[in-house]
Ligand binder design. Structure first.
Ligand code: FNR
Length: 405
């Protein structure tokens, strides 16, 4: 960077530094803890807001957040891999499906509550695992987990957070899953699985699509690397065990699912599935859930959108385990169409990050409340009163679309 400062130090935010008990160098040089707490950004320019925000549509959040986020944080969050075709395709794929409304059915209310792997949710939307939230908000994951749990839904913690699994577990009351990038060192993998179980997480999510770092060019242009270089909250505690949360196993296979089940004693959900063949393999391997995702278009560009492959995956899964999908979800209509095609729930990535940057926990809670209200409106307009009644009959391919145009 032009200042000549070590990049790790520059990106180590004040709030994160405080959370890990280490004085951030910029905090130490430029500001007192009191002024950081009052300031809308921390000393390295990362937002530190906690305030009410008004939301007309989640689509507005990206533009608004860009105005308050540090440039490296915005590039990291908003970008995708390569040409970003897949990132755009995730949103475009929703509009290949139209909603069939049934106005004259006498329904006068809509209940958005549902259940996911035995956990009751206020609506079928959860928070996707997001690493490096220290580049989004000075309190890293805390606004997102607090806002999501306060909205009555589930938060999935990333293993590459700036805070530890224990710190996030104790930050808010409410259901949580733990997403693991399986560490290269099996001793560290075992430790993380056992710590997640001990901290009260209800399921393990194994993300498969980060076997190598991808070409995230917005970040590479801005600071010469695809990823920010932030301090990791999860470090080995077991004597003799080494490794880092960022040092991941690059050669995963289906035997890793059994390892995760055995070591954690928890249900295992596989994230990064897109094909019916992989979905069948996941069932064979004993997965308790299948999460369709291309990482928000951030890993292998030119992959299909989850919405495109959802019908074929659902016909293989046949309701045996829940299906979660993510990528490009901004509207109640998107949630509705995913449920109609066979998803049990959907997950939000970027929209909650922008909400966190803009308003902290209140911002995240407002984003959930807005989407839940929009889903209620869509259910009422479409003529369905409960999530379980959003069936395949409510959607049809948009005219002229065969699902691939
Ligand atoms: C992610 N995603 C992700 N996935 C995961 O399994 N572990 C992780 O640590 C991260 N980290 C991460 C950071 C950032 C900044 C983003 C935007 C995404 C992917 C995430 O869980 C989810 O699949 C996508 O974000 C969904 O797409 P949308 O909602 O962002 O369009």
């Amino acid at each position: 960077m032009a200042t000549g400062l070590n990049r790790r130090n520059l990106l180590l935010t004040a709030g994160v530094a405080a959370a890990i008990g280490e004085p951030g160098p910029l905090l130490a040089q430029n500001a007192t803890a009191e002024s950081i707490a009052k300031a809308p950004t921390d000393a390295s320019g990362v937002p530190n807001s906690e305030k009410k925000i008004n939301i007309v549509t989640l689509r507005d959040l990206e533009v608004d957040a860009q105005k308050v986020m540090a440039p490296f944080g915005f590039a990291y969050v908003s970008g995708g891999a390569g040409d970003e075709w897949t990132m755009r395709e995730n949103q475009a794929a929703f509009n290949r499906w139209v909603i069939n409304a049934d106005f004259m059915n006498g329904t006068g209310s809509a209940d958005t509550t549902t259940t996911l792997l035995g956990t009751k949710l206020s609506y079928p939307v959860i928070a996707a695992p997001i690493g490096n939230q220290g580049s989004v908000h000075a309190q890293a994951d805390l606004p997102n987990v607090k806002g999501t749990n306060a909205a009555g839904t589930l938060y999935c913690v990333s293993s590459v957070s700036q805070l530890s699994v224990e710190e996030i577990a104790s930050a808010a009351e409410g259901p949580k899953w733990f997403q693991l990038y399986i560490p290269r060192d099996p001793g560290f993998a075992r430790e993380m699985l056992q710590r997640a179980k001990a901290a009260g997480y209800k399921a393990i999510v194994v993300t498969a699509d980060v076997n190598v770092t991808s070409n995230r060019e917005r970040s590479m242009r801005l600071h010469g690397a695809a990823l920010p270089n932030l301090k990791m909250g999860n470090a080995p505690k077991t004597p003799g065990v080494t490794g880092s949360a960022m040092d991941m196993k690059g050669n995963m296979d289906w035997k890793d699912i059994e390892f995760c089940r055995k070591e954690s004693g928890l249900p295992v959900v596989i994230k990064s599935i897109l094909s019916p063949t992989n979905a069948q393999q996941a069932l064979n391997a004993g997965c308790s859930g299948i999460w369709l995702s291309n990482h928000g278009g951030r890993q292998l560009d030119n992959m299909a959108a989850p919405m495109t492959t959802l019908p074929a995956v659902a016909s293989v899964v046949k309701g045996k385990v829940p299906i979660i999908i993510d990528g490009g979800i901004y509207r109640g209509q998107d949630v509705f169409r995913a449920i109609a095609l066979g998803a049990t729930a959907v997950a939000l990535g970027r929209p909650l990050l922008y909400a966190s940057a803009l308003g902290g926990a209140q911002g995240v809670q407002a984003a959930h409340t807005h989407l839940k209200n929009e889903l209620t409106m869509v259910m009422r307009l479409a003529g369905t009163s409960a999530i379980k009644n959003i069936t395949r009959d409510f959607v049809a391919r948009a005219e002229g679309s065969n699902g691939h145009v």
